[in-house]
Design a protein. Structure first.
Length: 278
């Protein structure tokens, strides 16, 4: 009945307020539809070609290499998702491709929600899980849920020790998948969704892809940082009337963005001017 799977539990911060406000405000109703569209289109992973192969294809530098990468698999063979209330559960096989698909899908989901003005908090774990349609339960989900509610605190996706240990066992070479994660100020490992590797994955969903030249590749990185910075600015503007807890989460996100920007500036074209968030 149970399978060994990797599991992400994602909480969309502010979703409940959007639901309540949608009754009386057309703007909030539009926001709510935007959130639901993003949640449903996690099907951008689920009903599209296998994300692992798509990324491998996109990163190839010439047409001959691209021809060698086939796209025969569907991500639905790996990824399953269930949405309820203000949360989303994503799970995948616990092999290399499955873990890669889960990581890529989570990166894309985080950035799509940021673009429409919503922060997320969550956790990723691994272990026994039953996930079929709307039914999902098992230790992997319990672990991810408990990590999200007790440890994540800020708009970050924490990784359990079991999940990180699994990555070490299944990686083709050290750091291929674990490189998408970083240690935060409190020692907790989290998905580094504003880090270089994650930003490059997120930029795959942007228009006018051009992966042929490093210069263009880095311009895409700059563009993605700019999109993210502008999104955080809008979130900050919306958060000002809210209480301390919301502002504490936002402060963490702004500091994380600044840190990411200072690290990534070495890769960026010199004529790019990025947002300065205060």
């Amino acid at each position: 009945m149970f399978e060994k799977r990797v599991c992400a539990f994602i909480d969309i911060l502010g979703f409940r307020d959007a639901v309540v406000s949608a009754d009386s405000s057309p703007d909030f109703a539009k926001e709510l539809k935007g959130i639901l569209d993003v949640m449903n289109s996690c099907a951008l992973a689920l009903n599209s070609p296998n994300l692992y192969d798509v990324v491998s294809y996109a990163l190839k530098s010439n047409s001959k290499e691209k021809e060698e990468v086939s796209l025969p698999l569907k991500a639905s063979e790996y990824i399953r998702s269930t949405a309820f209330s203000d949360s989303l559960v994503i799970s995948s096989n616990s092999d290399y491709r499955g873990a890669a698909n889960l990581i890529f899908a989570t990166i894309l989901l985080v950035h799509e929600l940021l673009k429409i003005g919503y922060m997320v908090r969550g956790a990723i774990s691994s272990g026994n899980l039953y996930h079929d349609g709307s039914t999902v339960f098992g230790k992997a989900l319990v672990d991810a849920y408990e990590l999200e509610t007790a440890i994540s605190i800020f708009p970050r996706i924490c990784a359990s020790d079991e999940f990180l240990s699994l990555l070490g066992q299944i990686e083709a070479r050290p750091g291929v998948l674990s490189g998408f994660f970083a240690q935060d100020f409190d020692g907790i490992h989290m998905l580094d969704y504003l880090g270089d590797s994650c930003l490059r994955i997120a930029s795959m969903n942007d228009p006018e892809q051009d992966w042929e030249h490093l210069k263009q590749h880095n311009r895409r990185l700059a563009s993605r940082i700019e999109i993210t910075g502008n999104s955080i600015s809008r979130i900050a503007e919306k958060a000002k009337p809210n209480g301390y807890r919301v502002l504490a989460k936002l402060r963490w996100l702004v500091q994380y963005y600044r840190k990411s920007m200072s690290i990534n500036e070495f890769y960026l074209p010199r004529d790019i001017e990025l947002p300065n968030i205060t």
